[in-house]
Design a protein around this ligand. Structure first.
Ligand SMILES: Cc1cc2nc3c(=O)[nH]c(=O)nc-3n(C[C@H](O)[C@H](O)[C@H](O)COP(=O)(O)OP(=O)(O)OC[C@H]3O[C@@H](n4cnc5c(N)ncnc54)[C@H](O)[C@@H]3O)c2cc1C
Length: 498
């Protein structure tokens, strides 16, 4: 049996992104994917369109992948102006917020040269780009092999599948919401049960003009026709129809009629899937040599589009830490900082999703509360706050230290020679930024065998930063003002780079 540093279960976006991170850092990686073929109608326009938040856009940009996702697979998120000339920027529980209400000047950790705050991307295109990159980095991807179980010892993991068994030092479950790895690894998956069944369906309507355009909250749920025949619906039935066998034409039509209170007729169903607002999260993301990331670690309603973003954030956080552990260069506790940092971010997203479900309930109390939220979201403060949460502008970790940038994504500083910091992160190494040309910092970076890239130069806009240590995931591990203390940088480097 061949043995790998890491086996990743699942070639969804999170498993692929993680495998790329690990391979970039020099690990041998095998991906086992249950499905024979990566393609699916539900991964293409319109159902396969995913909203990418700021940390995801930054992650793709920093690894040089944004350019590979060309239009129309990747596009700007904001549609045409409405009749009032306003562009909708997103929604909270179906309540829209508008671009012209958002005060981006308040996001002081970002620079105008930073990548976009939000994009739309086709899931299939994203997976195709990631799979090609994984293959080019030497990742072995085996499709049609589903993980069925595991046995772990102090030294490694035997991964059981519906075919042969495989050996690795570490196993990461990126095998989606029904994760076999999570179940076999004995992880607790705690949370709340669903209130509704959601439907995404491509249908042929006999009389589509009976339906109203846009997102419609009704006394029994919600329906949305994004383009003729492409329906998204939510019915508050306690999630009873999710996974209850194939979705028939008769059933979809009955749901549509109940929710829209029309006599709309569905002639044919071309594709349909269901989902719910079940919100659960693994209480720990690590059990010995087995880890979880993406939907395997957390599930929630897709309202406001957060799941993929959360998963890519997990992968960006985990990849370099697991690689350093495998190479024997990790500082004590580095790997456990993965669940410590990512679990609270996941818990926040689950609550964000639950708050939206509570507002969408078809009852008078939720309607009344919805009216209050509608008023608040129409204010500058309200829209700016909601946009920051939806786009993950302030995503960060409590890493201690006194500088406001510490624990947050590094601004995309542009040096005088035109180089942008994000472009220096393609090889996945950490950066020691020195805007004051301090020889002590150059010596410090040199002690890390090339794992820490020393970058010296003058930024066009420095935001009061004299020097900063950047982790491979783009988070500021330490920052100092002008004439920063190199001893502080040294302590931070030891903590994160061993
Ligand atoms: C209608 C809808 C709209 C959404 N919109 C958004 C959005 O706008 N923005 C956003 O961020 N998120 C959105 N999401 C959520 C997002 O799609 C998921 O969170 C994301 O796909 C999770 O990625 P993943 O790689 O963790 O899991 P998956 O995408 O589920 O991939 C898991 C992979 O593992 C494989 N697998 C399963 N079992 C096994 C096994 N036993 N062995 C090996 N392989 C296995 C599967 O075949 C699959 O390829 C939406 C979801 C839905 C349903």
């Amino acid at each position: 049996m061949d043995s790998y540093d890491v086996i990743v279960a699942g070639a969804g976006p999170v498993g692929l992104f993680l495998a790329c991170e690990l391979a970039l850092a020099g690990c041998s990686v095998l991906i086992l994917e249950k499905a024979e073929h990566p393609r699916s109608a539900l991964k293409r326009v319109p159902f396969g369109i995913r909203g990418l938040s700021t940390p995801t856009v930054e992650a793709l940009y920093r690894r040089g992948l944004l350019d590979q996702l060309a239009a129309p697979a990747l596009r700007a998120p904001f549609g045409q102006p409405d009749a009032q000339g306003r562009r909708q920027a997103g929604h909270f529980a179906g309540i829209p917020f508008y671009l012209d209400d958002i005060d981006t000047a308040r996001w002081t950790r970002r620079l105008p040269s930073s990548s976009a705050t939000s994009m739309l991307c086709e899931l299939e295109a994203l997976e195709t780009v990631l799979a090609a990159r994984a293959a080019s980095l030497g990742v072995d991807i085996r499709r049609g092999v589903g993980v069925t179980g595991l046995r772990q010892t102090a030294d490694g993991v035997t991964v059981l599948s519906d075919g042969p068994s495989f050996l690795s030092q570490w196993l990461v479950g990126c095998d989606g919401g029904r994760s076999a790895v999570r179940k076999a690894g004995g992880f607790e998956f705690a949370g709340t049960e669903p209130e509704f069944t959601g439907y995404s369906a491509e249908v042929e309507l006999a009389d589509g003009d009976q339906l109203k355009p846009g997102r419609n909250l009704t006394p029994t749920g919600l329906y949305f026709q994004s383009q003729p025949g492409f329906l998204v619906m939510q019915e508050f039935d306690g999630g009873a129809h999710h996974g209850a066998g194939p979705v028939t034409r008769e059933h979809l039509q009955a749901v549509l009629r109940r929710i829209s209170n029309t006599g709309a007729t569905i002639r044919a169903v071309h594709a349909a899937s269901t989902w719910t607002d079940r919100a659960r999260q693994a209480t720990s993301y690590r059990a010995g040599r087995v880890l979880l990331a993406g939907d395997a670690a957390h599930i929630h309603a897709p309202l406001g589009g957060q799941g993929l973003n959360l998963g890519i954030g997990d992968a960006m956080n985990l990849g370099w830490k697991l690689a350093a552990t495998i190479h024997g260069r990790a500082a004590p506790g580095l790997l456990d900082s993965y669940p410590d940092e990512r679990h609270p971010v996941g818990a926040q997203v689950l609550d964000w999703s639950r708050a939206q479900v509570a507002l969408m309930r078809p009852d008078p109390h939720a309607r009344a509360l919805g009216a209050v939220v509608r008023e608040l979201i129409a204010t500058r403060d309200g829209a700016t706050h909601i946009a920051a949460r939806v786009w993950g502008i302030d995503t960060g970790y409590d890493l201690g230290g006194g500088h406001p940038l510490t624990g947050h994504s590094v601004p995309n500083f542009e040096l005088e020679d035109g180089t942008r910091i994000g472009e220096l992160m393609r090889d996945g190494r950490g950066l020691l930024l020195d805007f004051d040309a301090d020889p002590a910092l150059e010596t410090l970076a040199g002690a890390y065998d090339g794992r820490l890239r020393y970058v010296s130069g003058r930024p066009k806009e420095g935001l009061g930063v004299g020097a900063a240590l950047i982790r491979p995931d783009g988070m500021v591990a330490w920052a100092g003002g002008r004439r920063a203390d190199p001893a502080q940088a040294g302590r931070a480097a030891e903590r994160w780079f061993g």
